[in-house]
Design a protein around this ligand. Structure first.
Ligand SMILES: *[C@@H]1O[C@H](CO)[C@@H](O)[C@H](O)[C@H]1NC(C)=O
Ligand SMILES: *[C@@H]1O[C@H](CO)[C@@H](O)[C@H](O)[C@H]1NC(C)=O
Ligand SMILES: *[C@@H]1O[C@H](CO)[C@@H](O)[C@H](O)[C@H]1NC(C)=O
Ligand SMILES: *[C@@H]1O[C@H](CO)[C@@H](O)[C@H](O)[C@H]1NC(C)=O
Ligand SMILES: *[C@@H]1O[C@H](CO)[C@@H](O)[C@H](O)[C@H]1NC(C)=O
Ligand SMILES: *[C@@H]1O[C@H](CO)[C@@H](O)[C@H](O)[C@H]1NC(C)=O
Ligand SMILES: *[C@@H]1O[C@H](CO)[C@@H](O)[C@H](O)[C@H]1NC(C)=O
Length: 427
């Protein structure tokens, strides 16, 4: 078995060192649909905003993008940083939350489901199945490994049961400053998402993770960002699959909805949208983000800001704007009040039903108020927290991060082939 896998890996290494493989006629001719499950929203089932969960998410998000910049500096150098980007200090949880209940303190059944969009993938030969968080805002794949004592709530990767598994020298560590961290070793193995297979995909196998990951509904993360952001400094899954001719097109797309969410790999699913896809060329240069510029935002048709950059991040729940931009935005929302200054959160009247819309010079993509409303500030309150926070992500003072709250307003298309992000009207 050892010899066989060695031979296969060597053969693949030789092939990938040459020109990219021709697209295999026997492989897929259309893309593949991966149904996604929604898990754990910021709004509890009783309609009240889950403050602790939101703060943990915001801290984690800031530290994720901090790590992206560290990776980018190592892989490409500071010249590739987006304008104004800067590696900031690790962000910590506020003292009031440190050491208190874990993330899973609120049982999942008490929550509406849409914080993360998870779906199945297999790793190994034969395939071992994992539930994965698909993240366009990072570029590594990691899952817990069999030897991990702290990962017992999850499905664990067992390299000894895969004939394609190869241990790779080197280690992996991520830290999120809310006390959560994950570390471990590296492997190469066969990874299949839907029917799209990447052979000898490099990934991190986590052998130690903190409790906040233990309670996470997904086993790990699959990054859909560009190679420049990879902590392992390797081609992420989709790029390996393309190089090996395993996907018909360098395009993937998300439909995020209360029901019937899916990730489509290798093209778009035309039954999920109407009209054309409105594409915008990436402005991220060598940085590796799914970033497009020239954005504007309006509330009830009234323009509030324009000419800013946006990163479309499926690994982020809400929208985050630079603090000054968020202040200007909320000053234009009738009835808005500061809810939590430290975390950059505002509230607005629950019955206001404002229509927040983003545009990049084409259609205006309008967010349902239900999605913009992150829940009542407290029981019996007429005020609800808005799903747009202000904060410094280290990505420059003109860059906004648009997460699921925005992505639910359109069919969202990511093209590696044309280096563009596109939006289409949901069918
Ligand atoms: C497109 O989406 C619809 C609805 O989810 C699904 O039934 C169909 O199978 C998908 N198409 C492909 C090619 O997977
Ligand atoms: C991996 O590490 C082992 C032991 O440290 C060493 O003998 C081996 O040469 C390394 N392999 C590579 C490819 O660096
Ligand atoms: C693992 O994959 C990487 C590319 O992703 C390749 O450079 C490396 O040689 C592979 N290592 C082994 C041991 O197969
Ligand atoms: C796991 O990581 C924690 C810090 O996050 C550390 O205190 C602990 O020693 C590590 N355990 C192992 C087995 O490496
Ligand atoms: C596993 O998850 C459940 C619910 O999410 C939690 O109650 C339990 O403490 C977790 N187990 C470990 C070992 O962390
Ligand atoms: C919203 O509720 C407030 C009282 O909480 C009321 O004064 C106001 O008229 C309501 N607005 C709408 C549009 O229903
Ligand atoms: C962003 O920062 C730059 C340099 O510090 C400054 O000149 C500019 O006015 C700032 N822009 C905004 C929108 O805050």
């Amino acid at each position: 078995m050892f010899c066989k896998s060695t031979l296969i890996t060597v053969a693949l290494a030789l092939l990938s060192a040459a020109t990219p493989l021709p697209r295999d006629d026997t492989s897929l001719t259309t893309g593949i649909r991966i149904p996604l499950q929604k898990r754990g929203s910021l709004k509890n089932a009783d309609g009240i905003f889950n403050y602790e969960k939101a703060v943990r998410e915001l801290v984690k998000l800031k530290n994720k993008h901090r790590q992206n910049l560290i990776n980018l500096e190592q892989n490409v150098g500071r010249d590739a940083f987006p304008l104004g980007a800067e590696i900031k200090a690790l962000v910590s949880l506020p003292a009031s939350l440190l050491g208190t209940g874990k993330r899973g303190a609120v049982p999942l059944t008490d929550q509406e489901d849409d914080l993360e969009w998870t779906g199945p993938i297999t790793i190994g030969n034969p395939g071992q199945t994992f539930t994965i968080d698909f993240d366009t805002g990072s570029s590594d794949l990691w899952i817990p490994v069999a030897s991990c004592k702290s990962c017992q709530n999850h499905t664990l990767y067992d390299p000894s049961k895969s004939s394609d598994s190869k241990k790779v020298n080197g280690s992996f560590e991520i830290q999120y400053g809310d006390g959560s961290s994950a570390s471990g070793g590296r492997y190469n193995d066969t990874v299949t998402v839907g029917g799209v297979t990447a052979k000898s995909q490099a990934f991190a196998a986590v052998s130690n993770e903190s409790s906040s990951f233990t309670d996470d509904p997904s086993d790990g993360i699959l990054g859909l960002g560009f190679p420049a952001l990879s902590n392992l400094n390797v081609n992420p899954f989709f790029f390996t699959a393309l190089e090996q001719g395993a996907a018909p097109e360098g395009v993937f797309a998300f439909k995020l909805d209360q029901s019937g969410s899916e990730l489509f790999i290798g093209g778009t699913n035309q039954s999920l949208y109407t009209g054309d896809v409105e594409y915008h060329a990436l402005t991220s240069g060598a940085s590796g983000f799914w970033q497009i510029g020239g954005a504007s935002v309006s509330v009830d048709g009234k323009p509030l800001a324009s000419g800013f950059e946006t990163i479309i991040d499926s690994g982020s729940t809400i929208i985050t704007a630079p603090l000054a931009a968020a202040e200007a935005f909320w000053a234009g929302v009738p009835g808005a009040k500061v809810f939590d200054k430290d975390q950059g959160l505002w509230s607005l009247p629950c019955n206001s039903s404002v229509e927040v819309a983003f545009s990049w010079g084409g259609n205006a993509w309008t967010i349902n108020f239900d999605d913009f409303n992150a829940g009542q500030t407290e029981e019996g309150s007429d005020d609800c927290v808005g799903a747009l926070a202000g904060g410094d992500l280290g990505l420059g003072n003109t860059t906004w991060l648009l997460g699921d709250t925005f992505m639910k307003s359109a069919y969202t298309v990511f093209s590696v082939d044309t280096k563009a992000v596109g939006f289409a009207k949901l069918a």
